[in-house]
Design a protein around this ligand. Structure first.
Ligand SMILES: Cc1cc2nc3c(=O)[nH]c(=O)nc-3n(C[C@H](O)[C@H](O)[C@H](O)COP(=O)(O)OP(=O)(O)OC[C@H]3O[C@@H](n4cnc5c(N)ncnc54)[C@H](O)[C@@H]3O)c2cc1C
Length: 802
């Protein structure tokens, strides 16, 4: 072992080994992995080794598909047998809604390139898995690329392949301390100290402690998990083919063949956390005693699904632990505020996600950004609030217990909530507000007409549809009041603020007293932000954006900060309300002490609104005239009361974010994580119209110019009108023309005011002309659609300019 490396990877489980392999593969060979015991001696040795493609999150499904394809490659490269059994796999649906969901997901998989799936009847499924009872099964999805592997062999294969490419690894070497230096890190081990530029926390069950070694509190916790392996099952022994990997979602079990018996794993509803502060250092290749009382119900369902196992013995019980983040996705990437400290933790399914995690992290470290959009696993998708132990316990427990439970897009889950509430929260609740959550904050969805209203859970339009329709009508014809605490606000100041912003944004900076939509690009010219820049004219600027991206944007700002610039996140200080709708000016004029009618569209300034000294911007997300009134937290309740009183004569009504999402799609306004993601470019998303080509240098300029002057993007953003009477597109549904997939939906919603089911989509450029007839699968059913000109509501933008 040398005393200096470029990278030290801490942890020799499947994730650390995959990171090591990918670093070496992409050209960084001065890298070492340290393992305190033997390779795979954390969670990895006792995993069930199941690999399957299905994941409710399309980004994670794509990551899993990459990992599965990689397995045979590393087997070949390393020469290490990984016991790969590609048996194919089944996912069973046991309720009508689940069957609908599975059919919808089958189409979404087609969108993201997973095209080895097929839908089966219960009888067809049973032919492929003859030991299964079809009781209660309504349908199934088959995927070719599913099966199982030998876990220890797989970790060994990653490590061996990495070593063949020049990387090193050492067992029986425990990292005990981390010391940050000017150039990187000192890694203090029980075998001596190593100096390096980067450390990677891939410590699995010990990720919490290895985080704390660097002063980092990661939102991660281990939970226990059971599986059993049976003695020989006669039907299995007699079969001429292997049983497929089978996931019974309604039964909370997964099953695969194990020699001549089967392995049945259980996602326990009655979950149990373990060692929330990290596994003990003396924890070795140990297991917990099985806890049958905790899993009795799921076990009975498993026995009913595979009746023949009732007659054979159970050979082995495994009750082991593995780690979860609050939303179940990995925590990957550069940890904010800790230069050179990288996370590769909370990988719940290391054998089906570890390959993709390793690839993503290695690309990020070497090239500065991953190739694909990594938002759904970015460690910076959480803020400091997620360090709280109870928050971690509630959210990780909720995810674990619901792992196989059907989720609905309009479902609100309770874990870790309510946490942060805007000051007027209680008054708004009394007015009927129904809340969603963004990051730590409760955000208004809509205002129910009565306390007794219960929204039904559905993949289609819910019974809240008419309520949102009425809120949209208020926005388009009258005046609505919307709590905008759920926007992010950053203040930029200092002598070099203007020069810094000019470099950071591809857009021309707004003049004093003006605001502008501002595009931020990465060095490779891909999107990094769809923000709004406000120049208050007193030397301070605001950057406004999506609330849930607060830590993510702050990391970017800090990574690019210059001397003479201060960036402050105002998210704990400033909140506000927006007035939206044609009658909003009449309301604000009643309260403004200054002449606010002189404030033009995209103007901003300081005004006295009633008793509140507010920063006001005339902006519009809905396509209507709108004023965003920003106040301090302590003034939120008073501001709401004054606006409601002033608006009474105009029929003011409170409205929520569901109406915002409907009105914004009627304007074809894109949003982050839907139309705008880190793997898309300005040309693809029409964000190029905001680029100031004639200004000086800015981050991503060369790449943006290359795109502009090149052949153009293969796919571009369009708006679709879909012929759908009961459901709307949501995202990732395939778009078809002449029997060929030409693209996919980026987001969809019902346009209540236009009376159209609308979607935005990325489609092949030669099929992007308005008038092109296409079709879209919405909740699994193919529906006719047509590409329309952008902004079906008020295309000339007269309403918002007022
Ligand atoms: C019962 C069970 C069944 C499962 N089934 C599946 C399955 O079918 N498919 C699937 O994909 N996943 C499955 N999993 C999950 C899978 O085991 C984990 O996702 C995976 O093992 C995580 O790998 P890791 O490398 O992140 O962590 P670990 O395997 O925990 O590896 C971390 C390593 O870091 C080392 N380490 C920690 N601290 C230090 C230090 N300070 N210095 C040096 N070394 C250190 C540890 O010794 C350990 O070897 C299952 C898990 C369980 C419990």
């Amino acid at each position: 072992m040398k005393s200096q490396y470029r990278v030290v990877v801490i942890g020799g489980g499947v994730v650390g080994a995959s990171v090591l392999y990918h670093l070496a593969k992409f050209g960084w060979t001065d890298v070492v992995m340290l393992e305190r015991r033997r390779l795979a001696s954390g969670s990895s040795w006792h995993a069930a080794g199941g690999i399957h493609a299905l994941n409710a999150d399309p980004n994670m499904a794509a990551l899993q598909a990459y990992t599965i394809d990689l397995l045979s490659e590393i087997e070949k490269e390393s020469g290490q047998n990984i016991g790969l059994h590609m048996t194919g796999g089944l996912t069973l649906a046991g309720t009508p809604e689940r069957w609908e969901w599975l059919q919808a997901n089958y189409r979404i998989f087609q969108s993201i390139g997973i095209d080895d799936c097929e839908l089966l009847t219960p009888q067809e499924a049973q032919r492929r898995c003859p030991i299964m009872s079809t009781d209660g099964v309504l349908g199934a999805m088959w995927a070719d690329r599913e099966g199982y592997i030998d876990t220890t062999g797989t970790v060994q294969a990653y490590a061996t392949a990495a070593r063949k490419r020049g990387a090193e690894y050492y067992e029986d070497t425990k990292v005990e301390r981390l010391i940050q230096t000017a150039d990187g890190w000192q890694v203090v081990t029980d075998k001596g100290t190593i100096t390096c530029e980067h450390v990677v926390n891939a410590a699995g069950l010990w990720a919490k402690q290895v985080g704390r070694m660097a002063g980092v509190e990661l939102p991660v916790s281990p939970l226990k998990h059971h599986y059993l392996i049976t003695d020989t099952v006669p039907e299995v022994a007699a079969a001429e083919f292997e049983m497929p990997m089978t996931v019974d979602l309604e039964g909370f079990t997964y099953m695969r063949q194990d020699q001549k018996g089967i392995l049945v794993g259980i996602y326990e509803i009655n979950h149990e956390h373990w060692a929330m502060d990290g596994a003990p250092w003396n924890y070795g290749e140990e297991l917990f005693q099985e806890q049958l009382d905790r899993i009795e119900n799921e076990l009975m369902l498993g026995f009913a699904r595979y009746p023949s196992i009732q007659d054979v013995g159970i050979k082995t019980w495994v009750n082991g632990a593995f780690t979860f983040s609050p939303d179940g996705n990995p925590l990957v990437g550069p940890v904010p505020g800790k230069r050179g400290y990288w996370s590769a933790c909370a990988v719940m399914a290391g054998f089906l996600q570890g390959g993709g995690v390793g690839k993503t992290l290695a690309e990020w470290m070497i090239h500065g950004e991953p190739e694909a959009d990594a938002m759904s696993m970015d460690v910076a998708r959480y803020g400091d609030y997620a360090q709280n132990k109870r928050y971690i316990r509630e959210t990780t427990g909720q995810f674990y217990s619901r792992r196989f439970v059907m989720s609905y897009p309009n479902e609100q889950l309770p874990a870790g909530r309510p946490l942060k509430m805007a000051p007027a929260h209680d008054a708004m609740t009394a007015a009927g507000c129904r809340w969603g959550v963004s990051w730590d904050l409760e955000v208004p969805l809509y205002f129910a007409p009565s306390k007794d209203f219960v929204e039904n859970l559905t993949l289609k339009r819910s019974n809240a549809h008419p309520i949102v329709a009425e809120e949209c009508r208020v926005i388009r014809e009258g005046v609505g009041l919307m709590d905008i605490t759920g926007f992010s606000r950053f203040e930029v100041s200092g002598p070099n603020a203007e020069a810094w912003l000019d470099k950071l944004f591809a857009t021309k900076l707004p003049a004093p007293g003006r605001a502008r939509l501002a595009v931020m690009l990465s060095e490779t010219g891909r999107l990094k932000g769809d923000l709004t820049l406000l120049n208050w004219g007193d030397g301070t600027w605001w950057i406004m954006g999506s609330y849930y991206l607060r830590a993510w944007h702050m990391r970017w700002f800090n990574d690019h900060l210059d001397d003479g610039v201060a960036v402050r996140d105002l998210g704990e200080e400033i909140c506000g309300f927006a007035l939206v709708g044609p009658k909003c000016r009449a309301v604000i004029e009643k309260l403004a002490e200054q002449d606010i009618s002189a404030l033009k569209f995209m103007g901003c300034g300081d005004f006295d609104i009633g008793l509140v000294r507010a920063r006001v911007a005339r902006m519009s997300v809905t396509g209507e005239m709108g004023y965003e009134i920003n106040c301090r937290y302590g003034e939120h309740i008073a501001l709401r009361r004054m606006l409601l009183e002033a608006g009474a004569g105009e029929g003011i009504r409170e409205v929520g974010f569901n109406a915002l999402l409907s009105t914004r799609i009627e304007k074809s306004f894109g949003i982050w994580s839907a139309e705008f993601t880190q793997d898309r470019t300005p040309g693809m998303t029409a964000m190029d119209r905001w680029i100031a080509w004639d200004k000086g240098d800015f981050i991503g300029r060369d790449a943006a110019i290359a795109e502009r002057d090149g052949n153009g993007p293969a796919r571009v953003q369009v708006t679709l009108e879909v012929d759908a009477a009961d459901a709307d597109a949501s995202g990732y549904e395939p778009v078809w023309a002449d029997g060929k997939q030409i693209g996919f939906v980026t987001s969809g919603a019902y346009g209540h005011y236009t009376g159209k089911s609308l979607a935005m989509a990325l489609v092949d450029r030669d099929k992007a002309q308005p008038g092109t007839a296409v079709s879209v699968h919405v909740v699994g059913v193919e529906r006719p659609a047509v590409i329309i000109a952008p902004s079906p509501y008020d295309p000339e933008g007269k309403a918002m300019r007022g």
